[in-house]
Ligand binder design. Structure first.
Ligand SMILES: NC(=O)c1ccc[n+]([C@@H]2O[C@H](COP(=O)([O-])OP(=O)(O)OC[C@H]3O[C@@H](n4cnc5c(N)ncnc54)[C@H](O)[C@@H]3O)[C@@H](O)[C@H]2O)c1
Length: 232
C-alpha cells in the first residue's frame, strides 16, 4: 500500500529518467499492469506531464485506471504509440516476443515488476541485427531498422538501475516483515496462510504518523457504539 505505489512509483520514474535523460513532459507512457505498483508509476509519470495509457487484464483495475484519468487500451493498441513502456504485472511476458514488432523506433522499455521476465529481452536479442551500448544501463537493439532501448536488461529498473526505494518508505515494509516474524515466533498464528493482522498494520501506521508529528482523533464513545451496532 505504500512501498509499491509511492516508493516504486517515484524511484522507477527517477531511474528511467536518470538512465535515459529524456524529458517526461508530453511523452507517451504505456504502463502494463495497474496494481499497486502500476498505479504509482502512472501517477508519477502523469505528475511529470507524461500522457499515460494503461494496459490491464483485470476489468476492475482497468476501470479504476480509466476513472483515474488514464487512457486504457489493449497491449496491441497501446504499444504502437508508446515512447516509454513500463511493466509492473508481477507475471511473465507482459511484453512478449509477439508484441515487440509493434514498438516504434526509439521506444524505451523498462520493468518495475517481477524479476527480469516481464519484457522478453532474449527474443529481442535474437531478432536484433545490431546491438549498441547506448549509455550505462541502456542497450539499444536494432530490429528491422527500429532502435529499441532496453534499460538494465529488463531487470527491476529502480533497483538495478539506481538506488531502489528510499528508507522513508522501506521502514514500513521492514516493519511489516519484522512484526510478522515476531507474530509467528510468539506462536499466535495458526498453521497455514494467514492475513497480516489489522492491529499490526494499525500499529505501524500509527508509529509512522507519530514520527511525522501527526496525531489522530479517536472516535467518540457514541461513534464507537454506533459503528459496533452494525457488526454482523
Ligand atoms: N521494483 C520494485 O522495487 C518493486 C516494489 C514492489 C513490488 N514490485 C513488484 O511489482 C510487481 C507488481 O506488484 P503489485 O503490488 O502492483 O501487484 P498487483 O498484483 O497489485 O498488480 C499487478 C497487476 O498486473 C495485472 N496484470 C497481470 N498480468 C497482466 C498482463 N499480462 N497484462 C496487463 N496486466 C496484467 C494484474 O491484473 C494486476 O492488476 C510484483 O512482481 C512485485 O513483486 C517491485
Amino acid at each position: 500500500m505504500f512501498d509499491n505505489p509511492y516508493g516504486t512509483g517515484q524511484t522507477t520514474l527517477t531511474a528511467v529518467l536518470a538512465l535515459t535523460n529524456v524529458l517526461a513532459a508530453g511523452r507517451e507512457f504505456c504502463v502494463v499492469g495497474y496494481g499497486w505498483v502500476g498505479k504509482g508509476l502512472a501517477r508519477a509519470a502523469a505528475g511529470l506531464g507524461g500522457r499515460i495509457t494503461v494496459v490491464e487484464v483485470d476489468p476492475v483495475r482497468a476501470l479504476t485506471a480509466h476513472m483515474d484519468g488514464h487512457r486504457v487500451a489493449a497491449l496491441a493498441d497501446a504499444l504502437p504509440h508508446a515512447e516509454i513502456v513500463l511493466t509492473a504485472t508481477g507475471s511473465i511476458e507482459a511484453v512478449p516476443a509477439a508484441a515487440l514488432g509493434l514498438l516504434q523506433d526509439g521506444a524505451v522499455l523498462a520493468n518495475a515488476g517481477h524479476h527480469d521476465r516481464e519484457i522478453d529481452v532474449p527474443a529481442l536479442a535474437a531478432a536484433a541485427e545490431d546491438l549498441i551500448e547506448a549509455r550505462p544501463g541502456v542497450r539499444t537493439y536494432v530490429v528491422g531498422g527500429r532502435r529499441l532501448h532496453v534499460l538494465v536488461d529488463g531487470a527491476l529498473v529502480n533497483i538495478a538501475g539506481l538506488d531502489g526505494n528510499p528508507i522513508e518508505i522501506m521502514d514500513l515494509s521492514f516493519s511489516v516483515q519484522a512484526l510478522a516474524a515476531h507474530h509467528l515466533a510468539s506462536g499466535r498464528a495458526a498453521p497455514g496462510l494467514q492475513r497480516f493482522p489489522d492491529e499490526l498494520d494499525d500499529l505501524i501506521a500509527r508509529t509512522k504518523l507519530e514520527t511525522l508529528g501527526v496525531t489522530l482523533d479517536s472516535p467518540t464513545e457514541a461513534q464507537r457504539l454506533f459503528s459496533e451496532s452494525w457488526a454482523s
